[in-house]
Design a protein. Structure first.
Length: 285
């Protein structure tokens, strides 16, 4: 990097520190501020207050606990002419409100959702990326800097879209964790070693992950029977075996039954030839 825009990082928790170390390792001069005094990063300039940190920088990256923390840290701070990149986890509506708040104070705003855990930051081989939404001009001006900690994925001008994508991806991950937990629970009390089962589980989940493209195509076309290999009638009937096996193994079915109940409702509504995409319609309120 031959041209260095002055830069400040607000927040030195686990993720903020990982971001800061990545920028410093890339030769990026950095001013930092943390709500709890005493925490810093080697090689960074430490500001005594958020206002002091922001005053000396054009690019301000915020990575704090939550949206309320962002508001508290920047309360009364002059943001005129600043480029604010908020990497604090928030909801879509919070991100939109924070964008309007920043713009009313004369700043450009970009919201971000970090799809990584701290050890993945600054390590391109991990596949880590950060979702961004809001000011496209801000992103293009600072793309070289923002691309240092992780890959850059721009999802639109709506400031809430990064948070929306973030939560959608995390929600899918949470569902996967539920299935993984149930699978390992079934093995408890048997001679099947978890370490022996893990490669089978990982390969199976990887193979099944491709189904998301079929779901997307069905949603786009409106044809929920398109490309269906195992229809809803077959799957609902097969669910009985899953539930009985859990009972035999002494495992609660509470992680499975909510989704199975939705499958049964969709089947009862006359959609036997569909896959599970129709469940999405049941979730919309």
């Amino acid at each position: 990097m031959t041209e260095h825009t002055s830069m400040t990082l607000l927040g030195l928790g686990a993720m903020g520190s990982a971001l800061g170390r990545a920028w410093l390792a890339a030769g990026r001069p950095l001013t930092v501020w943390n709500r709890t005094p005493g925490r810093t990063l080697e090689g960074a300039e430490v500001a005594a207050s958020a206002a002091e940190a922001v005053a000396g920088a054009r690019l301000v990256v915020v990575c704090l606990l939550d949206d309320a923390s962002v508001g508290a840290a920047l309360d009364g701070v002059d943001l005129a002419g600043k480029d604010v990149v908020n990497l604090t986890t928030s909801t879509p509506d919070q991100a939109r409100a924070r964008a309007a708040w920043a713009e009313a104070r004369g700043a450009r705003f970009l919201d971000g959702g970090i799809m990584a855990v701290p050890p993945m930051i600054g390590a391109p081989e991990t596949g880590a990326f950060i979702l961004y939404s809001g000011s496209g001009d801000l992103l293009e001006q600072h793309r070289d800097v923002l691309g240092v900690p992780a890959g850059v994925v721009y999802v639109g001008a709506d400031p809430g879209y990064a948070a929306l994508h973030d939560v959608a991806l995390l929600s899918a991950m949470t569902g996967m964790f539920a299935g993984v937990s149930h699978a390992f629970a079934l093995l408890r009390g048997t001679d099947v070693a978890p370490r022996d089962f893990a490669p089978l589980l990982a390969s199976w989940l990887t193979a099944m992950s491709g189904s998301v493209y079929g779901v997307a195509d069905q949603l786009e076309t409106g044809d929920y029977t398109k490309g269906v290999a195992s229809n809803l009638a077959m799957m609902v009937e097969g669910n009985a075996t899953l539930l009985r096996t859990a009972e035999e193994q002494g495992v609660s079915t509470e992680l499975l039954t909510p989704f199975m109940a939705l499958m049964e409702r969709r089947l009862a509504d006359g959609h036997a030839d569909e896959g599970t995409t129709g469940v999405i319609d049941l979730l919309a309120r």
